[in-house]
Design a protein around this ligand. Structure first.
Ligand SMILES: CC(=O)SCCNC(=O)CCNC(=O)[C@H](O)C(C)(C)COP(=O)(O)OP(=O)(O)OC[C@H]1O[C@@H](n2cnc3c(N)ncnc32)[C@H](O)[C@@H]1OP(=O)(O)O
Ligand SMILES: O=C([O-])CC(=O)C(=O)O
Length: 378
């Protein structure tokens, strides 16, 4: 029997064949279905991009109108889901609330009909439509308020910001938020997508697929880093304190949140776009002192760790954008999840279309032929 080389974190090992997205980490290129992320950020919308990812092509005008219409009219969540969410502890993390709520959808749609395109489309629409409503509902309910009903006259992103703040958002803010969703929608075989594909490969329902991916996204080494970044910028507190802070962290061999990436060895192209979006927001809605701290930190890390390929990733500037929009820090990762649902569903669809259950091997490092010791002799 051959002994396989063990690669911690499965670095460099292909886990699937996929035509959904592509990353060139040396040159900082990201494409969804062959289209550069910069092009999509400039010209597309999140829902159009979701369609592209899930169905593999840009929709025609009529297809897009129909898809947007379907998503718009499935935004409401069931009273029983809302009541269940009401019973969650207010102090719980919104990612946990989202994971539980996404899984609970499976209780209402337990039929599993993975060969039926109508079933697939219904699940896609339902998940894209209701995840933002669940995030906003938990936010209002934990403050003791009733959730706000979705507004059918608002588009996807404007409606989410409206449900969160109970105010119609500024159009520039809504557009920038929508671009953020596009930027976060998909990223090859990242940890949460891998988790989604493993779950999908058992042929379970899509709600379980999304719930497992949400659980994976929340960790601080993955999507949860966006929340940690703001805490770190606050802790640094001033531009003068950036370099002493960095020295101290590096001496203690601690990681700097929002930096580094398994694939990118240059600045993440999404971080470049997010930085520009943050600047646009500050120009219209006022400056944020943490932006200067962030820029100085980026420079200091480029000097110290640039040779190692440690640059800002997608999580570094996104928090500054969301903060300016008034989104609470612990909702940054749920917002990431709202976007990434598109990628997870695209991978779910791709996985079940040509499925083989994930069942890798392991390198066993334990003993053999050990005899059982009765409890009184241990
Ligand atoms: C949406 C996303 O998931 S984007 C990533 C979000 N996560 C973060 O921002 C958390 C901070 N970053 C990290 O922890 C890592 O860079 C990860 C998890 C993103 C990638 O991890 P890996 O590919 O396993 O890289 P690994 O942790 O092995 O680091 C490789 C080297 O770079 C260093 N390094 C990597 N990231 C950082 C960082 N953020 N700060 C300081 N040093 C770092 C490591 O210390 C290690 O150095 P060494 O070779 O001298 O021991
Ligand atoms: O690709 C990764 O490992 C992490 C990442 O940037 C993402 O999921 O967006």
């Amino acid at each position: 029997m051959s002994v396989c080389e063990f690669k911690p974190g499965l670095e460099g090992i292909p886990a699937a064949q996929s035509s959904i997205s592509f990353v060139n980490g040396q040159e900082g290129i990201l494409e969804y279905r062959g289209i550069r992320i910069e092009d999509l950020a400039e010209n597309s919308t999140f829902l159009e991009t979701a369609y592209l990812l899930i169905w593999g092509k840009l929709p025609t005008k009529d297809e897009l109108i129909e898809f947007e219409h379907e998503v718009r009219y499935h935004r409401r969540i069931k009273y029983r889901i809302r009541d269940m969410m009401k019973s969650f502890p207010e102090s719980g993390h919104p990612m946990d609330a989202l994971q539980a709520s996404a899984a609970a959808l499976g209780l209402f749609y337990s039929r599993r009909d993975l060969d039926n395109p109508v079933y697939i489309r219904d699940a896609v629409v339902r998940l894209l439509a209701t995840i933002p409503t669940m995030v906003a509902a938990f936010q209002l309910m934990r403050k003791g308020n009733d959730p706000v009903r979705p507004r059918d006259d608002l588009d996807y992103s404007a409606n989410f910001l409206y449900m969160l703040s109970e105010r119609e958002p500024d159009p520039l803010m809504a557009r920038i938020f929508d671009v953020c969703l596009t930027l976060h929608a998909e990223h090859t075989m990242n940890a949460s997508t891998f988790s989604a594909r493993v779950t999908a490969s058992t042929l379970t329902d899509p709600y379980a697929v999304v719930a497992s991916a949400v659980g994976t996204l929340g960790g601080p080494l993955h999507g949860g880093a966006n929340e940690e970044v703001i805490g770190m910028l606050e802790e640094i507190g001033s531009v003068e304190n950036v370099r002493p802070y960095l020295e101290d962290r590096l001496q203690r061999k601690a990681k700097i949140m929002g930096f580094g990436h398994r694939v990118y060895k240059v600045k993440d192209p999404r971080a470049t776009i997010l930085q520009k979006l943050a600047e646009q927001l500050f120009e219209k809605f006022g400056y944020d002192k943490y932006y200067d701290i962030a820029v100085e930190l980026e420079h200091a890390i480029a000097e110290k760790l640039g040779q190692k390929g440690i640059y800002p990733n997608v999580d570094f500037y996104s928090g500054l954008v969301y903060r300016k929009m008034g989104i609470p820090t612990d909702l940054f990762t749920p917002v990431f999840a709202i976007a990434r649902v598109a990628g997870w569903l695209a991978h779910w669809k791709e996985q079940i279309a040509e499925n083989r259950i994930f069942r890798p091997t392991q390198v066993y490092t334990g003993h053999h032929d050990v005899s059982y010791t009765p409890v009184e002799q241990r």
